[in-house]
Ligand binder design. Structure first.
Ligand code: B12
Ligand code: SF4
Length: 467
C-alpha cells in the first residue's frame, strides 16, 4: 500500500528569496500533528511519506498513484486544501481523506471534497480507517464521516487518545532536512493537548477537549533532543531556539514542573519559548525553573488592552493584572511576546494606537496581532456568524473578516496596519539595533521584516473591505 500525507499551505509554496526573511508568505513550519499521524502509519506501512506546502512543492508524480491520500489543515489553509482534494479526485484513483481542526469541525463542508472526513485527533482511528479501506468496508467505529447516496453519515466524535507519547519522525517530510538551514523555520515540540478553560472564541478546546493529556517528561525531552539534532545535522544555525507549542502547558502544574526539571537534568543547552496565560507571571517558582531550563521568551495571550473587552469576551483578566504579570516575568530575566486581538465590540477607531502604546510602554518584545474572527464550531461563531463578511477561509489569517460594532471593516484593517507600523517603526528598529542585546537585535530585525510583509498583505486586502 502507498500512503501520502499532504499539508496544504495558506497558498502554494513558491521558492523565493523572501523565504529567508519572513515566515508566512511562501514558507511556514510543517504540521507537527500531521507528521505525528504519518509516523504512526509508517510503523505499519513502509511506503508512507509526507509533503508540506510550507516548505516544498508537492511532487504530484509521487502522490497521484497513492492508494490513500490524507490531508490535514487549519482554517486558513482550507481553501487550498479543497482545491488540492478536487485535483486529486480528478487525477488519481486514491481514496481521499480530510482531517485536522477545520475539516473535523466543519465536516459537513469538508465531506463534499473527499471520500472520508476524520473527526477529532486521529491518532487511534487512522489505522482502523486504513484497514477498513483496504477491506472495502465502511467504518464501524467512531471518528469518521462520509456521504452515502447524497446523505451525510457520521459515526460521531471519538474519545481523545490517552497515550500521546509519539515522537514525530521529521525525516518523513519531503525537503524538511534541507530547509532546516532557513532561520524562518524553527524546531517545534507539542507536549500536551487539551485545556481546562472554555473561552467562547477558542476552537482548540472544542477540538482537543477540556481534559489535559500530557506526554511523559522523558518522551518530551527525547523529542526536544531529536528535534534539535535534526535541525543542526546538516546546517549551521546561528539562532538556537525551539518553540514548545502547547496552548496551556501550565494547566497541569506538577507535570509542567516535571518537564522543566527533566530539561534541566538532561543538560540540553538551548533557548526555548512557550505560550502562557498571564497567571504564570505570578508563579515565581515556575518562572525560576523556566529561566534555569533555558527559556528566554514567554508568549502571552493578552488579547485586549481594555477591561471592557475582557469582560465582553469572558476573559477574567484586567489590564492592571496583565501589566503586573509582565513586570514580574521581566524581573526574572525573561522577555514577553504579546498575542493580541483587534476589533472587539468595545473597541473603536484609535485601538491600533492604544495597542502600540501598550506594547511600547510595557517593553513587550514581539507581537502577533490578529483581527477578531469567529471560527466555525465555537459558541462565538454561532452568536456572530451573521457578522462575518465572507467564508473565504484563506483570508482568515489576520485580516478583518467581520463587521465590527464601532468601526467599518476597512477602518479596523487600517487600525491593524497602524499598530504594526508604530511597533515596527524605523526609529524603533534603529533603537533596537543600538541598545538591545545580540539576540533581541536579531529578533527585532526579523520581526521588522515579517511585519513589513504582513502589512503588505493587509494593505492588499483593503480594496475588498467595506468602508
Ligand atoms: C505551531 C502553530 C503554528 C505554526 C505552524 C502550524 C502548522 N503547520 O501546524 C506557525 C507559526 C507557522 C503558525 C502560523 C499561523 N497560525 Co498557528 N498554531 C500553531 C499551534 C500553536 C500548534 C499547532 C500544533 O502543532 N498542534 C498540535 C497537533 C498535535 O495538533 P494538530 O496539528 O491539530 O493535529 C492533530 C489533529 O488535529 C489531527 N489531525 C490533523 N491533521 C489531520 C489529518 C487527518 C487526515 C486526520 C485523520 C487527523 C488530523 O491529528 C493530529 C494529531 O492528533 C496551533 C494551536 C494548536 N494547539 O493546534 C496554532 C493555530 C493552528 N494557529 C492559528 C492561526 C490563526 C495561525 C495564523 C493565521 C496566525 C497569524 N495571524 O499569522 C498563522 C497562519 C500562517 C499562514 N499564513 O499560513 C490558529 C488556527 C485557528 C483555526 N481555526 O484554524 C491556531 C489553532 C491557534 C489558535 N489559538 O486559534 N501556527
Ligand atoms: S485558555 Fe487559551 S487554549 Fe484554553 S480555552 Fe482559553 S483561549 Fe483556548
Amino acid at each position: 500500500m502507498k500512503i501520502r500525507f499532504i499539508e496544504p499551505g495558506n497558498r502554494p509554496y513558491r521558492k523565493s528569496i523572501i523565504n529567508y526573511a519572513v515566515y508566512d508568505r511562501y514558507i511556514r513550519t510543517p504540521s507537527v500533528g500531521l507528521n505525528t499521524l504519518a509516523t504512526i502509519v509508517k510503523r505499519k506501512i513502509s511506503d508512507t511519506y509526507m509533503y508540506s506546502e510550507s516548505i516544498s512543492k508537492i511532487d504530484m508524480s509521487d502522490v497521484l498513484d497513492a492508494d490513500i491520500i490524507f490531508m490535514g489543515f487549519f482554517t486558513y489553509a482550507a481553501i487550498r486544501g479543497y482545491e488540492l482534494a478536487n485535483y486529486f479526485r480528478q487525477n488519481s484513483r486514491a481514496v481521499i481523506v480530510l482531517g485536522g481542526l477545520h475539516a473535523s469541525m466543519n465536516y459537513e463542508e469538508a465531506v463534499r471534497y473527499c471520500d472520508y472526513v476524520m473527526l477529532g485527533e486521529g491518532d487511534e482511528t487512522i489505522l482502523p480507517l486504513i484497514d477498513a479501506i483496504k477491506n472495502n468496508k465502511k467504518p464501524d467505529f467512531k471518528g469518521v464521516a462520509w456521504i452515502e447516496q447524497g446523505k451525510i453519515t457520521s459515526t460521531g466524535i471519538p474519545n481523545p487518545p490517552v497515550n500521546i507519547d509519539i515522537i514525530p519522525d521529521r525525516s518523513l517530510i519531503h525537503n524538511y532536512q534541507k530547509m532546516t538551514g532557513h532561520m524562518t523555520i524553527w524546531p517545534q515540540v507539542h507536549a500536551s493537548r487539551g485545556c481546562p478553560h472554555n473561552c467562547d472564541y477558542c476552537a482548540l478546546v472544542r477540538h482537543f477537549g477540556r481534559k489535559v493529556r500530557t506526554r511523559t517528561p522523558q518522551n518530551v525531552v527525547d523529542d526536544i533532543k531529536y528535534s534539535i539534532d535534526f535541525f543542526h545535522k546538516k546546517h549551521f544555525r546561528l539562532f538556537k531556539d525551539l518553540w514548545i507549542t502547547d496552548d496551556n502547558f501550565f494547566a497541569d502544574r506538577q507535570w509542567a514542573k516535571a518537564v522543566l526539571n527533566a530539561i534541566i537534568d538532561s543538560g540540553i543547552k538551548y533557548r526555548f519559548n512557550i505560550q502562557i496565560r498571564y497567571e504564570v507571571g505570578f508563579d515565581d517558582e515556575i518562572l525560576d525553573l523556566l529561566k534555569k531550563a533555558g527559556f528566554f521568551e514567554l508568549d502571552m495571550g493578552i488579547e485586549f488592552v481594555d477591561d471592557e473587552s475582557f469582560s465582553t469576551y469572558h476573559k477574567k483578566s484586567t489590564v492592571n493584572e496583565i501589566e503586573d504579570s509582565i513586570r514580574n516575568i521581566q524581573k526574572h530575566g525573561l522577555s514577553v511576546r504579546g498575542l493580541f486581538i483587534l476589533g472587539s465590540d468595545n473597541q473603536k477607531k484609535g485601538c491600533g494606537k492604544a495597542l502600540a502604546d501598550f506594547v511600547i510602554k510595557n517593553k513587550i518584545q514581539g507581537v502577533l496581532i490578529q483581527c477578531m474572527y469567529f471560527v466555525p464550531g465555537t459558541p462565538a461563531y454561532e452568536q456572530n456568524k451573521e457578522r462575518l463578511l465572507h467564508r473565504r477561509w484563506d483570508k482568515y489569517n489576520g485580516n478583518t473578516v467581520h463587521r465590527p460594532k464601532n468601526m467599518t471593516p476597512y477602518e479596523l484593517q487600517l487600525e491593524h496596519i497602524d499598530a504594526s507600523k508604530r511597533i515596527y517603526s524605523v526609529k524603533r528598529l534603529v533603537k533596537a539595533l543600538i541598545f538591545e542585546d545580540a539576540v533581541h537585535k536579531a529578533l527585532f530585525l526579523g520581526e521588522y521584516l515579517w511585519h513589513w510583509s504582513v502589512r503588505h498583505d493587509l494593505k492588499k486586502e483593503l480594496k475588498n473591505l467595506p468602508n
